[in-house]
Design a protein around this ligand. Sequence first.
Ligand code: ZN
Ligand code: ZN
Length: 179
Amino acid sequence: MIRGGCLCGSIRYEVRGPVGRVNNCHCIMCRKAHGAAFVTYGRVKAEDFVLLSGADDLGSYQSSEPVTRTFCKKCGSSLQFIVAEWLEIFGLALGTLDDDPCVRPSKHIFVDFKAPWFDIIYDLPNARSRSLPNPMADDFCGARSVFASPCCNASGANLNNATAQTSPIGSGYATAWFQ
Ligand SMILES: [Zn+2]
Ligand SMILES: [Zn+2]
């Protein structure tokens, strides 16, 4: 079980299960949503996510046709990335965690859209990606199969195995997330 919450502390949550694939997304929507150079999202099963407090402060914004992002209405902390077709899984903004999810980012994605003022300074695969109208939409299609083990004894090993499963480059955003 790992815990997290927003900046002001109104929203508190627990993740009572493993955090799956973690990617650093450099797309402009994520950058603007977080006011940051990139966003680190980890996949969490909705059934594992327990909101302990702050439900009334949980705001949402539909950033594209299939995608809704949630945030704290008091302090602005970004929290979730939810794809309408894949409600059983969402992306959790790992910056809101208090605990170590025991998985590490496996990839940079949408690096073609990264901030010009930011250099990627540590070594992860840099996904090349197309400009897609709904760049996050396909991401979760295979995510259910790439959940890592719950904690540090796995330390990314499962992610590495998942990384080795190659998908055809060029199939769009899903490829960016699953390679
Ligand atoms: Zn807050
Ligand atoms: Zn993004």
